[in-house]
Ligand binder design. Sequence first.
Ligand code: CTP
Ligand code: MN
Ligand code: MN
Ligand code: MN
Length: 409
Amino acid sequence: GSIAAPNTWACQRITCLQHHNPKLTTALEVLEKHAQLRDGNSDYSRALAFRKASCVLKSLPHTLTDIHQLRGLKDIGNHSAQVIEDILEEGFSNEVEEILNDPWFIKMKLFSSVFGVGSAIALKWIERGWEKIEDAQNSNDITSDWRVQWGLAFHDDLTSPVLRQEADNLLEVIREEATKLLPGVIVEIVGGFRRGKMSGHDADFLLTHPDEGSEIGLLPQLLQRLQKRGFLLAGQAEKNSFTPGVLKKDFKLSMKGQLDHFEKWIGIMKLPKSFKDKHTDPSSIIMPTPGSDPIDGSLDYQPSRKKAKCGISGLSPWELSRTERAWCARRVDLIISPFSQYYYGLVGWTGSKHFNRDLRTYSQKVLNMKVTSHGLFDFTKNQSIPAHSEKEVFDILKLPYHEPWQRNC
Ligand code: CTP
Ligand code: MN
Ligand code: MN
Ligand code: MN
């Protein structure tokens, strides 16, 4: 008989980190990754098909033993069904094994693991005959993108998982400094850690204040304080690029592209190694030198075109990464939301990525509504609808409320 989940949409289903079909989902996500790297930004429909299938398997209440248990599920395409069948019958999928052993795939995965490197740059590097991270590190002919420079220099640090304890310790530091600047400020860990992951590729923090407008100007001051305490390595701040109005045309404007328009800082911080294994009193932390200054452009809104150097030490990213140091480089995102957009922003920045994507498609197709990290527009009522809690976002979208740890699709 069929044990398929009755709900069609991933955003209607509960999907936890721990589930019953990891062998199958791992294989499908290899195919997803392969499709992403092969097609780049030109066509994500192939990658999406594998992700959808993987997501269905994650929500099943049992381990799948027979392909017929999936009968009637529209999210399992032919290609995915074939791969699932192979694994159920043979114990493995030839196609997946071949990808995992494909030198091109291995190199693409390696190069795109560098901060700032997507499939287009990774392809270029392969075409140059590069095989290892060292080949890129040793090249003089490298892009001037600060992310790639720091991403290469600190590749080991940045590809070792960020631990929950590190994120928790950093949360306390950020809360302490932000509260000094703006009492009543709300600072939340978002991203994978909010969904219950024990490690991640970065730490994401969303900041707001119930007094709308009081959050303006907070980010540059917060960054200055974090810099003084030696936490900043490199980064770039972006201004809030659009605030949606209540009119349909305003709301549509805010929807260009996939990214949101919040003021944010995307960067690399220096976290003491002691952050990994214990709770640390935030006010007791003094960061070690050298390199206690970030690169030019990490605080102001103009990205520097100069070759990245560290202020005090004058060391290049590469030289700095070779010094004896008591800290680890970690990717951190700081996002500032006006309170009126906060609960939509919270859902958007909690994810998962696929949960968000499914939520947007569901809203559009089923409800004739457009949802983003900034708000929601109901095209039937021709008005935007505010939310005053995360639960209210789900209510407006006619979805059962699911906790962050149930959004791991
Ligand atoms: N996100 C977003 N807009 C961006 C970047 C990210 O809405 N410009 C969302 C992503 O969809 C995701 C969340 O914010 O749901 C966090 O993004 P990211 O750190 O990339 O992913 P995580 O789920 O946190 O995964 P990891 O643990 O590997 O960091
Ligand atoms: Mn990358
Ligand atoms: Mn994250
Ligand atoms: Mn992130």
